[in-house]
Design a protein around this ligand. Structure first.
Ligand code: HEM
Length: 419
């Protein structure tokens, strides 16, 4: 008798189209219908495993069992990730590169980021007061682009800001789309990598002098495990790994505005200025609204887990959205309820909007604290520091397009800074 079980299997030649069609719900729908946290399917013409839930996240983040090299599809590398970035590294090379990222997440650097973010919000609200209508998604991207460049020490001219903002946004908006919008993302990446690459060359040639504590300076002079500087293209990819996701926080800023608007009782509670409550509100924004649907890895070597056989090199997807909405973990999982975080025990495997596990040993998002700091400032403005109207508009958001963004992009009118 065999000591392994057959995983529930989705029959058919290939289900990549269903994945695109069902988006954030693809894995959850099948976990539900198979009544199993794990199932086998076929994606991109090959056998693949999908799984979700706390136990699945624990095994997925075991670096003895999974690797990242060659796990991401080419379309994501050409737009979202870039080549040879930290996302595709494993073992010691990954740990060493990840330390470069984590070294900039110090309390001092985060305080500096908070100050910059506040100044950028202040300037934006001043400007919005003169505007007939404000499209929050676009404006928040620009706030974030200015913040990111200033924080990272990337000098950018005023007349370059709008184009750079558009290019950085195109990188994360284009990974899961087809046609011209996808090519926009590829061109944007090529353009920005070249621009930052030239800047890095000038830093290394001593033609641009930057303070030593800037991110650009540190990345430009980072040495790999063999003691060599990274090549220019790789440094550019890693600098973009800071700038691009900070611009992507504009998506969370839109969802914050939506939550403040849809849940007036929450807005009342936020007025008290209770920092702990604001923190729980923001955690719930990250749990409740869709952002990254899943993450991908390849099986490192054959192993058996819960009686199921995992074969080397099998593509495996971990359901991020579905784990954040897992009824086994979250009571009333489809309700927006910040209070649930008062009881949350802080497991690195059940609340995983930005990945799970360990920051250094695994691939958990390096920018989680950055994201929370920026969201805190943004929430304070949207809930307490400005008055505005949200006229009739389509505030719904798709569960199929990735990333999901409220359809109207959140239009604000009559914006006034509160005195
Ligand atoms: C906008 C909100 C953000 C979301 C939803 C998000 C989500 C994620 C996810 C899902 C991963 C992959 C985890 C995995 O592979 O297991 C990741 C990785 C990463 N994120 Fe974020 N992120 C965000 C913001 C940021 C920010 C602001 C930064 C930098 C300042 C950042 C830097 C990174 C880096 C460098 C990685 C790769 C880590 C590694 O491979 O070891 N992210 N993020």
């Amino acid at each position: 008798m065999s000591d392994t079980n057959q995983m529930p299997r989705e029959e058919g030649i290939d289900h990549s189209l269903s994945l695109i069609r069902e988006g954030y719900m693809y894995i959850s729908n099948r976990r539900h219908s198979f009544n199993s946290d794990i199932f086998e399917t076929r994606l991109l013409g090959k056998k693949a495993i999908c799984m979700g839930g706390k136990e699945a996240a624990e095994v997925f983040y075991d670096t003895e069992k999974f690797k990242r090299k060659d796990a991401a599809p080419n379309r994501a590398i050409q737009t979202l990730f870039g080549k040879n970035g930290v996302q595709a590294l494993d073992e010691q090379a990954h740990k060493h590169r990840k330390e470069m990222f984590m070294s900039i997440m110090s309390p001092d650097q985060l305080e500096k980021l908070t100050d910059i973010t506040k100044k950028q919000w202040e300037a934006a609200v001043e400007k919005w007061g003169q505007m007939d209508k404000v499209i929050l998604y676009k404006e928040a991207q620009e706030i974030m682009c200015r913040t990111a460049c200033q924080w990272a020490g990337v000098p950018v001219q005023e007349d370059e800001v709008k184009k750079l903002t558009k290019d950085l946004a195109a990188m994360f908006e284009s990974a899961a789309v087809v046609g011209p919008a996808h090519w926009l993302g590829r061109n944007a990446r090529n353009h920005v990598e070249k621009w930052i690459g030239e800047l890095i060359d000038r830093v290394r040639d001593g033609k641009v002098n930057l303070p030593e504590d800037t991110i650009l300076h540190r990345f430009a002079w980072h040495r790999d495990l063999e003691g060599n500087f990274l090549n220019t293209e790789t440094v550019a990819v890693e600098v973009i790994n800071i700038l691009r996701p900070i611009v992507a926080i504009a998506i969370y800023i839109n969802f914050i505005a939506l939550a403040v608007h849809h849940y007036p009782k929450e807005r009342e509670k936020l007025k008290s200025g209770d920092e702990k409550y604001a923190q729980m509100f923001l955690q719930e924004v990250r749990r409740f609204y869709p952002f990254f649907p899943f993450v991908a890895a390849l099986v490192k070597k054959d192993f058996t887990w819960n009686g199921y056989k995992f074969e080397e090199d099998t593509l495996t997807l971990l359901d991020l959205y579905g784990t954040n909405h897992d009824p086994e973990i979250w009571e009333n999982h489809d309700m927006f309820s910040p209070d649930r975080f008062a009881k949350w025990e802080g497991s690195p495997f059940d609340f995983i909007p930005q990945g799970g596990g360990d920051y250094f040993m695994g691939h958990r998002c390096a920018g989680e604290w950055v994201t929370m700091e920026v969201m805190k400032v943004s929430l304070d403005y949207l809930a307490n520091r400005m008055d505005y109207e949200i006229p009739d508009q389509d505030l719904s958001f798709s569960m199929f397009s990735m990333p999901s963004i409220p359809r109207s992009k959140v239009v604000l009118k009559n914006v006034k800074r509160r005195i």
